[in-house]
Design a protein around this ligand. Sequence first.
Ligand code: KG4
Length: 342
Amino acid sequence: MLMRYLGLESSCDESAIAIWETGKGIVYEQVLSQVDSHSPYGGVMPSIAIREHLVGFQILLEKIQLSVDLKRLDGIGVTHGPGLMGCLGVGLAYAQSLQLILRKPLMGINHLQGHALSPFMAHAYAPSFSWEQICPHLGLLVSGGNTLLFKMTHKEAGFTFEVLAQTQDDAAGEALDKGARLLGFSYPGGPLIEQAAKQGDAKAFQFPEAFKKCDEWQFSFSGLKTSLRYFLDKHPKTWIEHHKSSICAAYEEAIVNALTRKVSCALQQTHYQSLGLSGGVANNERLRHACQRIAQHYGVPLFLPEKSHCGDNASMIAFLTSLKLEKIPTFHLNPNLKINED
Ligand code: KG4
């Protein structure tokens, strides 16, 4: 039977809605990014984000009604954590209004689980797709706020997530954004570092990597950012400008090496049926290629989200709603929700 699910996402600085249809996948999606409003502050300003979500969802819902009959929905999913409390609250208020007007079930969706499953969105509606062939799955989730290596298993009751490694301090995306700021780039700096790095030589300089051993199940990126600061302090501005692309390439390489080293360690030690990459930093070509090489080496299929689904989006929320709607109808907002919680 054809089922349609609406997803709403508002955990940080993107207001987004999307519809997932069984057998078809994503049939509608819209994202309103707030990047331009936060860029002058060098990061996300919660009060601005809340104001923009309030306006953004009004625009998004007026627009969707022009082309979609919302009465034909079978359920609604909304991100209930983790994220900024005020931002989550705006998404939930709109979702609850829709629930009341449309009289459809409402489900709270874990944002991190949404990212974790985003690599499968382009495949999961195919009749031949089976989670038994995918799981146990090794996932690397890298965004501005999270750096998680996890094991995902699937049973009749649903998915379970086990965190294998996470960052002790800065997230990988945060390290890219902070490094970019030191180099004079605007926010968010990850894509700008990548762009500059394309003309550079990653081997020209070496930045330190923490927790290199396979039995050290954690990431750390704050030392890397500090070493970049000391490196820049030691050189004149003109020299830095001249070598900027290679500095970017070496800094990006250090982050990619630290991330993928743990992926290799996990694949060496345990049998996984697939590897996945997700989150905003999954846009990065150096990281995507490094994961492709590792997946090939260990003979596991690699699942990558489309670039439009790496950053925050509602498509992953609508997709996860379609997988979970029968279960857990009650939920609470939780800004600190962990990947293995509902
Ligand atoms: O998942 P995401 O959109 O949301 C938050 O965590 O807020 O991730 C944003 C992060 C930022 O740190 C941004 O610099 C990084 O993803 N990012 C990238 C690229 N595109 C976005 N990092 C490296 N290369 C990219 N192409």
